[in-house]
Design a binder for this molecule. Sequence first.
Ligand SMILES: Nc1ncnc2c1ncn2[C@@H]1O[C@H](COP(=O)(O)OP(=O)(O)OP(=O)(O)O)[C@@H](O)[C@H]1O
Length: 248
Amino acid sequence: MATSTSAISVLVNQRPLQSAGSFIPKSRCRKLNFKTHRKSHRVCCDYSRFEVRCVSYRPPGTQLNLLNEVSFSLPEKSFGLIFGQSGSGKTTLLQLLAGLSEPTSGSICIQRYGNDGNPCQPSEPLPPEKVGIVFQFPERYFVADTILNEVIFGWPRLKGSLQLKERLALNLQKAITWVQVPDLLILDEPLAGLDWKARADVINLLKQLKKELTVLVVSHDLKELAALVDHSWRMEMGGFLKEELLPI
Ligand SMILES: Nc1ncnc2c1ncn2[C@@H]1O[C@H](COP(=O)(O)OP(=O)(O)OP(=O)(O)O)[C@@H](O)[C@H]1O
């Protein structure tokens, strides 16, 4: 069973990876009139973080918050792990990060910092196209092994349309290359239901991906992922998140 491995491939491997450090060009200096600085001067942005600020979520038509003032941040090119009891709200949080639902309050953004540790630009909302998501049950969402095959799945399969298909496929390939890899990759239970070989493959893949992008994982498999983890949080029942070392 290698469902999750192929799902990650669907989202990532078919596209060229960004070169290391391309998330924010090193020491990109801009002339800014940024509010935290009293007067306009040269500001150097050295690194960035994905920041979730005081996010609460209540599904439309319900009376209960699934997430309650969740705040955390993840530096670029680091590996974060969220663990916690079933039903505490972990998947709900990932869905907000991927832009599949909107927070009821709070914000999800990218904040760039200078080498003095202060913000060097106003924060920007995290655009959904910068986020790749591997769902807990990818087989429910995908039918093919590559993005290209997935997208052209419904295309005409008649003999005579081969040329048209080739042309469309070429255009698609260009579009996919243009979109490139996400900056933030989130994975919901990437090891669940896999045999030992597939689990080892996914862990190796995550190790490689961590060099290229920021990774956030929700998992119960804490021991197997521990070596990769830079930051971890526990989601408590009721959708309360707190920073906590892995309990292993
Ligand atoms: N649209 C919705 N409306 C109402 N309740 C919902 C909705 N979506 C999820 N829930 C409930 O919110 C809670 C959190 O669900 P969520 O799937 O985020 O938990 P989880 O921590 O990811 O659990 P698991 O580890 O089992 O995947 C659950 O009790 C779930 O039933």
